[in-house]
Ligand binder design. Structure first.
Ligand code: SF4
Length: 379
């Protein structure tokens, strides 16, 4: 498929969109069957202090903000161990680019968590964090990735991709890593045997051409390296985003037909190369996530337990969906729930202590910001 073809799929509406959805659903069935996977995981957004000010981001705070926080290492490890004891197989560490934190701090965090909970898969440090951490530590990207891998890092989130077009990136977030820097980290990780996910944030300033080019870039990179485990479209959450307040030309997220077209097109373009297409319930909510299972999707992401980035942007869908709730949602859609690991190995676990927990049992962004002000001792 070329750029023009992909662009055309993205703009189909009405009966043509319905037909595309049918094709994507059939393609999904051929490629991955009727299983819908999910991972039991915990997010640890260990600091919201960030040296950057991406215009779409409502999570970051300056270090002098009353809401700025930095979790001490002990608390990060405690949260990871608690997740393991609740049945999680993964912790996902992602955070702001803290001026006092460098790549060797990331390595140390990996070592501490691996020592405390050796069975946990560590999915951590976006390309923006790897680039930042390497620069602050005086290392190249490959040197830092090598140290992280050797310390026990399991995989890297392919976030900070937004739209992989430097013109759009400059509008969204001046000073953000460039497309080439994102690709450098991803290719470097894949070359070192570290798998990554792939993402795209849509529904803001981008055009269908940008989305089409983004999908084709991911397709071509996957043909080259084979290192992507999944693709996750991330709907722009506008409510608290500074970008939306400042610019009248910014859309308040994508409309439902556009969202369906993005998922169905992603299945058609990427499915042969990246068979796992994930919908994020924290971005869309569980009802829309269930609907999107009919548009090429075969994965519901993770339980999360704590989530601050979309929550501060105004997503409003909570921080935790239990494994039992995810299974129920999948069965309601007539599909087969299957728990997986980060790397899409099937798990045999069916029940979790986490099933008895509720959203809010693990604190909130507000309580974290209150309890772990950035000036608190880190060790
Ligand atoms: S998106 Fe990431 S790098 Fe940008 S301001 Fe937010 S936390 Fe910082």
């Amino acid at each position: 498929m070329n750029l023009g073809h992909v662009r055309r799929l993205l703009t189909l509406r009405g009966d043509d969109l319905v037909a595309l959805g049918r094709d994507a659903d059939a393609r999904r069935r051929e490629q991955v069957g009727d299983d819908v996977t999910y991972v039991v995981n915990r997010n640890i957004n260990f600091t919201n202090v960030c040296a950057k000010s991406c215009h779409f981001c409502a999570f970051a705070r300056g270090r002098r903000s009353e809401q700025a926080y930095l979790l001490p290492e002990g608390e990060i490890v405690r949260r990871a161990v608690e997740a393991w004891e609740l049945g999680a197989s993964e912790v996902c560490l992602q955070a702001g680019l803290h001026p006092d934190v460098d790549g060797m701090d990331y390595v140390r965090l990996v070592e501490l968590i691996r020592a405390a909970a050796p069975g946990l898969h560590l999915h951590a440090f976006s390309p923006a964090e790897v680039t930042w951490g390497a620069g602050r530590a005086g290392l190249s990207v490959v040197q830092l990735l090598t140290r992280l891998r050797d310390a026990g890092l399991g995989s890297v989130p392919g976030t900070s991709a937004e739209i992989l077009d430097d013109g759009v990136r400059r509008e969204l977030a001046p000073g953000r890593i460039s497309t080439a820097q994102w690709v450098e980290v991803i290719r470097g990780a894949h070359d070192l045997g570290i798998p990554t996910t792939s993402t795209m944030m849509f529904g803001h300033l981008e055009t269908p051409e940008h989305v089409a080019a983004h999908l084709l870039l991911l397709r071509d990179l996957q043909r080259e390296t084979g290192g992507f485990t999944e693709f996750v479209p991330l709907a722009f959450v506008h409510a608290e985003a500074p970008l939306f307040a400042r610019r009248p030309d910014v859309r308040p997220g994508a409309e439902s037909d556009e969202i369906r077209a993005v998922y169905a097109t992603a299945r058609m373009v990427l499915g042969e190369h990246i068979p796992n297409l994930q919908v994020s319930w924290v971005k869309h909510g569980v009802d829309e996530a269930r609907d999107l299972l009919d548009w090429g999707v075969n994965d519901l992401g993770g339980t999360l337990i704590n989530e601050s980035i979309s929550t501060t942007a105004g997503a409003g869908h909570g921080q935790l969906v239990t494994p039992a709730a995810l299974r129920g949602l999948i069965e309601d859609a007539g599909r087969v729930p299957v728990e997986r690991t980060t790397l899409y190995e099937r798990c045999h676990t069916v029940e979790h202590p986490l099933d008895a927990c509720e959203d809010g049992d693990f604190g909130s962004y507000v309580t974290t910001a209150r309890d772990y002000a950035w000036s608190a001792p880190r060790r």
